[in-house]
Design a protein around this ligand. Structure first.
Ligand code: BMA
Length: 327
């Protein structure tokens, strides 16, 4: 399939060739986990984190649960996207509103280049979890805006451009605990402050995604639609199991699903995904993409403990969606 990716070439994308004989659509880095749980002195665990190209290198916002088990956000930099240096101090957001800016907790960040700056969204503590929004130009100073939604909400993921003249975000309304439900919704904003035009995108389905679903990395714009990588959760005898799947959303009306794979493309099967603070979790929050080759580098949290990396091709993910779609 001749898929066109609307994006920039990224020849420096981290990459490993598909191992001989590997059958899966994506394959794990031989260097996994790329960030260990104790990469900085204060960290209990580092996982569910977001990275972007930055200058001729990479930068990101990382979920660090500290040794007090507080959920914090830290900046990281990397020359190659694999070896990361994390700031040992958490991000201190500059906020116009002291009330919104009072930091309670932050987790599961996403980062996107949008127009002229990097936006960060995350699960922000404000009388329960909701979607925090901030921007930065340099990964040094972060300006916090209004929360996008009322609590309770998680997995706020911005699209990388305005759609029909408005900013666009996916999110997942939830509860105040380990939510046993959850569908993905779409919302629009004229100004990054007021969000509305809410539309249902999709909900739970068979097996691996039967308890809840939530958007993962920033959607990738292709000639076939927005490629959305998301997590789906199964409730097993041993608790929640987090796997990753993919869907294609309409370019102009992204709440319309073009196709969605019935099967996951990755489930927790490596030791660092099965064993950790929360076993059996793969939780993708970022994808680097080289539009010239279709190469994809997927960053995900393993077992709520470490950051891991997987590789694949955008075209293969789109083929997999159409090979066995939900009907
Ligand atoms: C979700 C979020 C994620 C986490 C997952 C598994 O509700 O809190 O950050 O990875 O649970 O524990």
């Amino acid at each position: 399939m001749g898929v066109k990716i609307f994006g920039d070439p990224l020849p420096s994308i981290p990459w490993e060739e598909r191992p001989t004989g590997a059958q899966n659509i994506v394959w794990r880095s031989k260097r996994n986990p790329v960030i260990p749980r104790d990469a900085i002195p204060c960290s209990n665990s580092i996982f569910n984190s977001a990275v972007v190209p930055f200058g001729d290198a990479f930068a990101g916002v990382f979920r660090v649960d500290d040794t007090g088990r507080q959920m914090q956000l830290h900046v990281g930099h990397s020359k190659d996207g694999v070896a990361w240096e994390l700031d040992p101090e958490r991000i201190s957001f500059q906020a116009e509103s002291a009330e919104v800016g009072t930091f309670i907790y932050g987790y599961d960040p996403r980062v996107v280049w949008l127009e002229d700056r990097y936006y960060v969204t995350w699960c922000n503590g404000y009388h329960g979890p909701t979607i925090g929004v901030a921007y930065t130009h340099d990964f040094e100073t972060f300006y916090q805006l209004e929360n996008a939604f009322l609590p309770f909400n998680r997995n706020g993921v911005l699209f990388p451009r305005k759609i029909n003249g408005r900013y666009a975000m996916l999110s997942r309304p939830s509860d105040n605990g380990h939510t046993p439900f959850g569908d993905i919704f779409y919302s629009e904003s004229p100004d990054m402050q007021f969000w509305g035009h809410h539309r249902h995108v999709f909900g739970t389905a068979n097996g691996w995604q039967s308890t809840k679903v939530g958007a993962g990395p920033i959607p990738i714009e292709t000639s076939e639609g927005w490629l959305l990588i998301y997590h789906g959760v199964l409730t097993s005898c041993n608790g929640f199991v987090y796997s990753a799947g993919a869907a294609l959303l309409d370019l102009d009306e992204p709440w319309r699903v073009i196709a969605r794979a019935r099967r996951y493309f990755m489930s927790p099967q490596a030791p660092y995904e099965n064993i950790g603070d929360v076993p059996n979790v793969v939780f993708p929050c970022a994808a680097l993409c080289d539009a010239a080759t279709g190469r994809l580098a997927l960053y995900y949290g393993g077992a709520d403990t470490v950051v891991a990396l997987a590789f694949g091709y955008v075209g293969d993910l789109i083929d997999y969606i159409f090979e066995d779609p939900l009907t």
